[in-house]
Design a protein around this ligand. Structure first.
Ligand code: GLN
Length: 306
């Protein structure tokens, strides 16, 4: 039954998804086929359903911020992380610099916007970019249950070569004392984690692991403490789609996190994880088809929790 619901959702959303645009500010992402649409759903009991282009690989982009935040909370503790990064939603785009400058003490407003994710990564107790990235990748592998999570070298280099905006955010934060350390090295690990490549099924399993309170339903491993998962889901619900978070909460009503690669991971507590993929984005950088698929699925299967 669920397989046919997923198929129907894809068919219904296809015309709308065509109205979105692939991200081009990272040149390599501009090469994606805007017509792709994939969906996967995993239950906390370990069932999985898929439809469309669910096995196409794409880069996690901002979805990786959930992973590095979870890692930071485990490695250095919630209190230390949130003494450096806030927990409040913003009405600004994900790469905005405005509020950082205007509001003292210039602390990023939450860990799911770019500035907050860069500070979070800088707090990890690992020597250099590769090590920080490997630690994030290891947690991503355990959350998704997939060993096949690799760096998309082309996307990574493309972002590294062009990311003036993230460099600006990072150097500004250093100038006001909220970011310490080797800035280029910290940014490098940020670009690497954003370029981790996954498919919709990987995201569905990650969502199910967060939904279960931290136990991966497919491997049986306890990957994160349940308290960490609660915080991650709360931040996803309030900040996961940036300045589109409120509208998403009204339309879908489920904690979720998007990325400009076209993916969204959603987590329905104690029930399901969902991964959607559609690289054509809305003006806020969220997958247009992905949001529409989640909205239809939420109605069809009564998934709303917010
Ligand atoms: N790597 C992207 C950036 O920093 C991530 C942004 C996103 O997915 N919204 O711009």
């Amino acid at each position: 039954m669920i397989n046919s619901v997923l198929e129907t959702v894809i068919q219904q959303v296809r015309p709308l998804a065509r109205q979105g645009r692939v991200a081009t500010y990272i040149p390599e992402l501009g090469k994606q086929d805007p017509d792709l649409l994939g969906i996967a759903m995993a239950s906390v009991q370990g069932e999985v359903w898929t439809a469309g282009d669910w096995d196409r690989k794409f880069t996690m982009q901002s979805i990786s911020k959930v992973v590095s935040l979870g890692l930071a909370m485990v490695e250095i503790g919630e209190e230390r992380v949130f003494s450096r990064v806030g927990v409040d939603p913003t009405a600004d785009p994900f790469n905005s610099i405005m509020r950082l400058e205007m509001v003292a003490p210039h602390r990023p407003q939450n860990p799911l916007i770019n500035a907050g994710a860069i500070v979070t990564l800088s707090l990890l107790p690992h020597g250099e970019a590769r090590e920080r990235f490997e630690a994030v990748r290891d947690l991503a592998r355990r959350l998704t249950g997939s060993q096949d999570l690799n760096l998309d070298e082309a996307v990574y280099l493309s972002e590294k070569e062009t990311s003036d905006r993230n460099r600006s955010l990072a150097y500004f934060m250093r100038s006001v004392g909220v970011l310490e350390g080797d800035i280029e090295d910290i940014l490098d690990s940020y670009f690497m984690q954003c370029s981790l490549s996954v498919n919709a099924r990987d995201l569905a399993v990650m969502g199910a692991t967060l939904a279960s309170g931290g136990v991966n339903p497919f491997t049986g491993e306890r990957v994160l403490p349940s308290k960490v998962c609660r915080v991650l889901r709360a931040l996803m619900a309030t900040c996961g789609l940036y300045d589109g978070s409120g509208e998403f909460a009204v339309r879908v009503g489920v904690p979720a996190k998007s990325g400009v690669g076209g993916g969204i991971v959603a987590s329905v507590p104690m029930r399901y994880g969902i991964g959607v993929f559609g690289p054509a984005l809305d003006p806020k950088g969220n997958s247009l088809g992905g949001i529409a698929m989640l909205e239809k699925l939420s109605q069809e299967l009564s998934l709303r929790v917010l």
